[in-house]
Design a protein around this ligand. Sequence first.
Ligand code: GLN
Length: 296
Amino acid sequence: MATVSGVELWQWRLAARQQAIEADVPVAEVDWLLQDIAGLDRLALRFDLFKDRRAIDLRIALSELNQLWQQRLQQRVPIQYLAGTTPWRQFSLTVSPAVLIPRPETESLIDLAIAATQPNLSLRDGQWVDLGTGSGAIALGLAATFPNAVVHAVDTSAEALAIAQTNARQMGFESQIQFHQGSWFQPLEPPGQLLSGVVSNPPYIPSAWLPDLQPEVTLHEPHLALDGGTDGLDCIRELVTTAPAYLISGGVWLIEMMAGQSAAVVELLQAQGHYRDIQVHPDLAGIARFALAYRV
Ligand code: GLN
């Protein structure tokens, strides 16, 4: 804990905003950090309501806050890793460089799971799996939306799984989510058609593209969570091939993919032969980013 005057913090914020503009970082990220570290709300920040306060408590010293901010500007560390949390649906999720930062577009997977189970509500009371759970975002979204479901969260990274477990505990879903370390379906052995739904936001970026993504992604996010092999479809192929051995008849197969992959993914699903009602859904920008199908 440290204490600063309102004027001191106001001056730091002013300078930080100027630095953001110069470094081409969104100015709003200064306030993201201040909300987290100084406990100030958006209104207070927006209208400088904190400026006249004699003392403001900070979680860390102002010099440390400034060091974090310099990491954002100079090393391009994502603000979510610096703050240690990110908002996602109704949650505030803990994140670290061991996990991909959950993206807003991924929130749509949960809405699609809701819509997909509308014709057969009993699916919502079954077992679901989030493959490659990372921070646990999808598993938590499913657990909160389907309160009678049992959700399995799988990740090959023990470090990621620890973050997912922390999030489940903090959000109060520990008893509804079961955690498994391993690759895709492997920890759910032996196969049995038990699952009502398989949901995943798998790595889908072609390996050769990784060096050319934004520096925030390339330098700081786990490549394991991004790298989809030569054509980006390695993990999706695995999910298409293996899921029918685990899904009940009528069960939901639902994934996120990259722009431009939808035709290939539909073809994979058709060729596999155990899927029906294969659908592609757009993200909020109107780009086809999600594939959904039911097990025959
Ligand atoms: N399931 C997590 C998410 O959607 C992690 C995905 C990943 O690491 N590819 O954010």
